[in-house]
Design a protein around this ligand. Structure first.
Ligand SMILES: CC(C)(COP(=O)(O)OP(=O)(O)OC[C@H]1O[C@@H](n2cnc3c(N)ncnc32)[C@H](O)[C@@H]1OP(=O)(O)O)[C@@H](O)C(=O)NCCC(=O)NCCS
Length: 211
């Protein structure tokens, strides 16, 4: 457990699952319904990998959720549902080298206040305690919606790689410490991000280069 201003960051408990399920549809209104984490799935995550599940609380209110599992690194094309065993994470590998970030969802009224950054740092400390190599994630290219009339998703991702535009999710994750590996197209189903995500890693050892 850790405090962040007046908020508390702690491991998720089953009593938070219902609020987390509601938070999913608030934070990801355009994501395909089968790609939103359900209450039952959250409860399973706690059983499978309790150290990897976090909430940020404002009193009793869940204002952010974070879901991870352990996995070995693979640069192979994969989808969100394939990587996460359809969101149940029963494929969590207890000796996996990396913490694979499935989700950070900060309630829109609480975004850009440092909460996401605090959660990514908390995860990095968990990765250290578990002797993992760091974090892997696939950041949704959520800013694509603002450019979708001008370019295709492949062009948008290239501009992001070249650091010529900012994306509300990928740029925030980069600021936190993540490095881009490559885009994954058709990673999930959400028109806002052109169905894509950016495969990224944040190693504990700054000198570790993936690819
Ligand atoms: C992406 C998200 C997790 C970031 O959390 P947050 O609490 O809003 O971000 P923070 O306030 O902690 O900001 C972290 C860093 O990113 C930067 N940042 C935040 N939002 C940004 C944006 N829209 N554009 C550019 N940079 C941004 C901040 O300036 C900060 O950098 P700094 O530490 O150098 O100042 C959060 O906005 C969110 O839940 N978004 C919607 C869901 C989502 O996309 N989740 C991730 C799925 S892969």
């Amino acid at each position: 457990m850790q405090t962040f201003g007046k908020y508390i960051i702690k491991e998720t408990e089953s009593q938070h699952a219902e609020q987390l399920e509601i938070l999913q549809s608030v934070v990801f209104p355009t994501l395909a319904k089968e790609e939103l984490i359900s209450k039952e799935q959250y409860i399973n995550h706690i059983k499978v990998f309790p150290e990897g599940q976090l909430v940020v609380l404002d009193g009793d209110i869940v204002i952010c959720g974070s879901t991870t599992m352990r996995a070995n690194f693979s640069e192979k094309q994969h989808t969100f549902l394939e990587a996460t065993d359809n969101l149940w994470i029963n494929n969590h590998n207890p000796i996996g080298e990396w913490m694979y970030g499935i989700d950070v969802s900060v309630h829109p009224s609480f975004q850009r206040q440092g909460i996401g950054g605090a959660v990514y740092r908390y995860r990095q400390e968990t990765a250290r305690k578990l002797n993992c190599k760091g974090q892997i994630t696939v950041g949704m290219t959520n800013g694509f919606i603002n450019y979708s009339k001008e370019m295709i998703i492949e062009e948008y991702c290239q501009l992001l790689i070249d650091d010529k535009i900012k994306d509300p999710t990928v740029s925030a994750q980069r600021k936190c410490g993540f490095r881009i590996i490559k885009p994954l197209y058709n990673y999930l189903e959400d028109p806002k991000c052109g169905n894509a995500g950016m495969l990224m890693y944040w190693p504990l050892d700054e000198k570790l280069i993936l690819l």
